[in-house]
Design a protein around this ligand. Structure first.
Ligand code: B12
Ligand code: SF4
Length: 497
């Protein structure tokens, strides 16, 4: 599985259909031999486009841009996506960048291509930054456009099969977006910097036609709606679920919500409709168990609402998934214990609760970024440096290594072990003998589970020799290849650099 469909590029491709340009999508995750592909290109290329988030994608983008520039020094290389949008000036200064498309790309890219092919000046194209005669120019922003409304995505432009993944509720799942933008402005999130708190929707009938096609042609049986906030409009969600229910096929789906908004605008009947239409899991950015931290993040939600949400989901029969973060700048790092406690309380309500617990990583163009700089974050000064700015590599000066350890221990040991271990799922191959079973029964089932339960019950995380031992055991892969470890690692899979 290559990850999600490259929707940034697929949106541009689909929007440009009907123009005089031939557009081709190349995803470096699914096209192994990019140098050969570049060598096979003729001289008639109008421009190359590169899409990048902040982080490792930049390194890959730079590698490919240097191959392109080596063969086609005169052809403009256009960068778009979240990183170039957040830092256009610094991005444009790089020798491997000629033009930056800022924000929503569809209309801006179309005008840019028209200008380039007609030999027109770029000064009239809103939403771009570009180089001319060694100088950098930033044209005015383009107003936000409801481009999603009529967009029909042409999935034939990508190798759909490579983006299909497994979910617990469907073995042929795919990511789809039904809207972009969100009314909130959470401190760690960049979405408001582009969408200015507006939400843009795709037309429900066109969307359902697209789903029909994914089901018929690609046998899709599960969808993750990757919208920033799928539940902004309750009226629209109801319409979607009612129409989905009338389809001759069943699709299991999951999506993300803002907890305050969900509790306020979704009554029990609507939640039941959502469940009946195939919803298996709702995830929320619960972020923290501390209301003080939630206020600092401008989350417009409380920890008590998270518990209420888990209760409601449990009652209606939808799985809960909580995304949490710890160690924000300007807060006491001890708030991680409140978050752990909240997660444990939520698990008491729903023993099948799923969650993620991350360290906070600051991104440019987010409200909390200035605070991170103030607290000593060393700001990357080039695209190369930004390519190293990832969840795993970023070391915030305000996070003590103790708390990093605590998070790891909680994630891989205290939480799963205190839930209990399902030995029926274990596979131990050659060593599957009676002695091993007895050892595991005594040591793991009795000692570690009891210890983990005692620690979580008493919030006592001092002198963690037990956790050290368990984590090292996990590291030594030969220890066990059991389900719990796999599950926890799976949670991080999408987020690996
Ligand atoms: C779905 C999603 C994910 C999915 C899938 C990601 C993927 N690789 O596709 C998962 C869950 C895996 C994920 C993970 C992460 N994500 Co994410 N994700 C999103 C989300 C919600 C939607 C992405 C999407 O498909 N958008 C739809 C497309 C159509 O929009 P678009 O990408 O913006 O593209 C448009 C323009 O940017 C522009 N454009 C884009 N590329 C190009 C290229 C050219 C040449 C041109 C002209 C124009 C152009 O035109 C497009 C059409 O308008 C966005 C938020 C958002 N609204 O986009 C966050 C978002 C992109 N994610 C974000 C982050 C931080 C992450 C993580 C780094 C989190 C972490 N700490 O680990 C990881 C990194 C994963 C990785 N290494 O790739 C941030 C990015 C901030 C930044 N500066 O980069 C965002 C903005 C959310 C936020 N909270 O701020 N993510
Ligand atoms: S609710 Fe989600 S998408 Fe909306 S601002 Fe907060 S983190 Fe971003």
């Amino acid at each position: 599985m290559a990850g999600r469909v490259p929707l940034s590029l697929l949106h541009l491709y689909s929007y440009l259909k009907g123009e005089d340009f031939k557009v081709r999508i190349v995803d470096e995750r699914t096209s192994p031999d990019i140098p050969a592909l570049i060598n096979g290109l003729g001289d008639n290329v109008l421009c190359f486009g590169i899409s990048s988030f902040t982080g490792i994608q930049i390194a890959n983008g730079l590698r490919i841009a240097s191959l392109l520039k080596a063969k086609f020094p005169q052809t403009p290389v256009v960068w778009g996506g979240w990183h170039p949008t957040s830092l256009p000036e610094q991005t444009l200064k790089h020798p491997l960048v000629d033009i930056v498309v800022r924000g929503q790309g569809e209309e801006t890219f179309r005008e840019l291509l028209r200008a380039l092919s007609g030999g027109k000046p770029l000064s009239g194209v809103k939403g771009i930054s570009y180089k001319l005669g060694g100088e950098l120019f930033h044209n005015p922003d383009r107003e936000l456009l409801p481009v999603l409304e009529k967009l029909r995505l042409d999935y034939d432009a990508v190798e759909v099969e490579k983006y299909i993944y497994k979910q617990p509720w469907g073995d042929r799942a795919i990511g789809v977006i039904t809207s972009l933008g969100c009314p909130f402005k959470c401190g760690f999130c960049a979405v408001a910097s582009v969408y200015k708190c507006h939400t843009f929707y795709r037309n429900i009938d066109l969307l359902l036609e697209e789903i029909d096609c994914l089901v018929e042609k690609h046998k899709i049986n599960a969808i993750t709606f990757d919208d920033d906030n799928f539940f902004v409009s309750a009226r629209r969600v109801r319409e979607f679920c009612e129409k989905l229910l009338k389809k001759p096929y069943k699709i299991a789906w999951d999506a993300g919500a803002h907890v305050g908004l969900l509790l306020k605008h979704y009554d029990d009947d609507t939640l039941k409709l959502i469940k009946d239409s195939g919803c298996r899991q709702l995830y929320i950015g619960a972020e923290s168990g501390s209301d003080e931290v939630l206020d600092l993040l401008a989350k417009e939600a409380t920890a008590a609402q998270t518990l209420e949400y888990v209760k409601k989901m449990k009652a209606v029969g939808i799985g809960s998934f909580l995304s949490t973060m710890a160690c924000f700048p300007g807060t006491s790092s001890e708030d991680i214990y409140m978050t752990m406690e909240m997660l444990l309380k939520c698990r008491d309500i729903d023993p099948d609760l799923r969650f993620r617990l991350f360290y906070y990583t600051p991104y440019p163009a987010t409200p909390l970024y200035a605070k991170a700089l103030e607290m000593g974050m060393k700001e990357p000064q080039s695209l190369e440096e930004w390519s190293q700015h990832t969840l795993r590599k970023f070391k915030a000066p305000w996070i003590k290594s103790l708390y990093r350890k605590q998070i790891r221990y909680f994630y891989f040991y205290y939480f799963p072990y205190s839930t209990g271990i399902k030995h029926t799922d274990l596979k131990i191959g050659l060593l599957n003998n009676i002695f091993k079973k007895i050892f595991r029964l005594i040591f793991e089932n009795i000692l570690l589970v009891k210890l983990a339960r005692w620690r979580t019950k008493n919030s006592n995380y001092r002198f963690q020799a037990d956790a050290f031992f368990v984590i090292q055991g996990h590291r030594l892969k030969s220890f066990y290849n059991h389900n719990i470890r796999k599950q926890t690692l799976d949670l991080f899979a999408d987020y690996e650099d």
